[in-house]
Design a protein around this ligand. Structure first.
Ligand SMILES: Nc1ncnc2c1ncn2[C@@H]1O[C@H](COP(=O)(O)OP(=O)(O)OP(=O)(O)O)[C@@H](O)[C@H]1O
Ligand SMILES: O=P(O)(O)OC[C@H]1O[C@](O)(CO)[C@@H](O)[C@@H]1O
Ligand SMILES: [Mg+2]
Length: 506
């Protein structure tokens, strides 16, 4: 699937990771003057047009002796020459994967941009994600139809997971005569877009495939930040505020908020940093453990004793291994796109806290659990995300019109670029816990550095495994269990010792 990236080195030593161009397999394609040259809004300032030699550096913090070297991407924007005659263009737009604030703005701006800037009149919407290419009729799009959609959350075109069939999709592209395909979606979608691009190239088609990166988890590599992320973080504040109000208004109150973040804890990290009311932030990148010195329970005791209440933010992908260990081996279920379905860490954590504190105090814990998972993504984008979405859409249009293909558009160090799709999907971005941002969070929450206790995590894992095997054996009616190779005698009357701890001021 992954195509080799075209890499060249400029005279100044700059390495360009380039995106494909239609002329690579269709040499001699005719070119046309960009109509924007005569558009009053764009024609006045020459610098609006991007030169073929304009590139953007991936790293802007460089050693003074190495400036000019390093990886660069082609700068996005309008070109003098274009490879499509406006009246011939047949464009289509598809949205795939989970929702994200701003998808409708991107759709709207692709339609309006193609229409008003380039005079394109044939624009179709593919309904219901990739499978819509071969199982649905198209929707005709024009500025009137999409004029208000940016005020609504979700996707006007509907979305889906699964259903990517490269051959059927490219057959449909060919049959319908599409020559510009705009694909809005996350890592899975971009992989699918690359496969479509490769197949179009193999068939020698004049089809520009342009990917617009969408991921609320902010887990796509290379680009600065994904659209909708800021909106989601902002919305998460409402849940955190509610958790905080509930927690501080009652003796020994705990508010737990679960936020999205399958493998990357960006939303949880930024929402925590923005709020300042959060005492503990759990993300997939940092394994944690509950019991023992340096563990989560000890910290909760400490914080309640200190403040009388606390707020925990947990990313949905946090603690997955720990849960699997304590709950036994669960069937690994996947969604239609092959993404692993997660265990519910929010409920699990709340249950463990309640159980533990009931034993410790012999009275129920005042714990309020808020799960705003879908609320933070099913909303329209905020003002700054709207502007960002507009830029993404316009950059994508300029790139496709200029004959570039197999690219994902996005800002790198604030400048929009055309990035080879293969580069964007090569690795997915995770919170770097050795980076300053996580350090800022740690110093804001003063939470334990679980990473320092890797030996304790190992120890806790062994104990969990042992406990689970014993419990399984007991429930099977056995009097012994195999623990680390030894048959251990079991006592069904054995109970965990009750630990009495004084917390908070009663
Ligand atoms: N490796 C792949 N190759 C081709 N198509 C893929 C691949 N992975 C996923 N897809 C297709 O991409 C579409 C979206 O994938 P997925 O459901 O994983 O969402 P996504 O784009 O990663 O967005 P998000 O995870 O942020 O919601 C689906 O139709 C899926 O079939
Ligand atoms: O329930 P759905 O619609 O599959 O989406 C949930 C997933 O989508 C994501 O938001 C990624 O888009 C994940 O964080 C989350 O697990
Ligand atoms: Mg994904």
């Amino acid at each position: 699937m992954a195509s080799a990236m075209k890499v060249s080195v400029g005279n100044g030593g700059a390495v360009l990771e380039d995106v494909p161009h239609l002329t690579k397999w269709l040499p001699g394609l005719p070119t046309y003057e960009n109509p924007l040259k005569h558009n009053p809004a764009y024609s006045a300032v020459r610098q609006y047009f991007v030169e073929d030699t304009d590139v953007v550096a991936r790293d802007v913090v460089v050693n003074v002796n190495t400036t000019g070297e390093g990886i660069h991407f082609r700068r996005a924007g309008l070109r003098d020459k274009i490879y499509f005659k406006s009246e011939d263009v047949r464009a289509c737009i598809v949205t795939c994967g989970g929702l994200c604030p701003g998808i409708n703005t991107v759709i709207r701006e692709i339609v309006c941009g193609l229409w008003t800037q380039y005079g394109v009149r044939d624009i179709s919407g593919i309904e219901g994600g990739y499978r819509g290419f071969y199982s649905r009729n198209t929707i005709s799009l024009n500025p009137k139809v999409v004029s208000d959609i940016h005020k609504r959350g979700g996707t006007y075109l509907k979305s889906s997971r699964g259903g990517h069939d490269t051959h059927k999709i490219v057959d449909s592209i060919q049959d319908r005569g599409f020559d510009q395909v705009y694909i809005i979606g996350g890592d899975g979608t971009q992989k699918g877009a690359n496969a479509i691009h490769e197949e179009c190239k193999r068939r020698g088609l004049k089809v520009a495939v342009a990917g617009i990166p969408k991921t609320i988890d902010n887990d796509l590599d290379v680009i600065d930040k994904s659209f909708g992320f800021d909106t989601a973080v902002e919305e998460a504040q409402r849940a955190i505020n509610a958790a905080h109000v509930e927690a501080e208004s009652i003796h020994n109150g705990i508010g737990v908020v679960k936020l999205m973040g399958r493998y990357s804890g960006y939303i949880a990290m930024h929402a925590t940093l923005a709020s300042r009311d959060v005492d503990l932030c759990l993300i997939p990148e940092v394994p944690f453990y509950l019991h023992g010195p340096g563990g989560l329970i000890e910290f909760v005791h400490h914080r309640l004793r200190e403040n009388g209440h606390m707020v925990i933010v947990v990313a949905e992908g946090a603690g997955q291994e720990l849960m699997a260990e304590t709950m036994g081996s669960l069937d690994k279920m996947n969604d239609a796109s092959g993404n692993k379905l997660l265990l519910d860490v929010g409920l699990w954590l709340c249950n463990h806290l309640k159980e533990h504190f009931l034993k410790a105090f012999r009275e129920p814990l005042n714990l309020k659990y808020i799960d705003p998972t879908y609320m933070i993504r099913a909303i329209p984008s905020n003002a700054s995300d709207n502007v960002y979405c507009t830029l993404l859409a316009h950059s994508a249009i300029h790139g496709a019109m200029a004959g570039y293909c197999g690219f994902t558009v996005g800002p790198v160090n604030v400048r929009h670029c055309y990035i080879p799709i293969a580069r964007v999907v090569a690795t997915s971005r995770r919170v770097n816990v050795a980076d300053r941002m996580w350090a800022r969070l740690m110093s804001s929450t003063n939470q334990p550095n679980f990473a320092q206790y890797s030996h304790a995590i190992q120890q806790s894992r062994k104990q969990n495994a042992t406990k689970r095997r014993e419990e399984e054996a007991l429930s099977n009616g056995s009097s012994t269990a195999n623990v680390n190779g030894d048959d251990v005698k079991l006592d069904s009357t054995q109970k965990e010792p009750i630990e009495m701890i004084e917390i908070g001021n009663k």
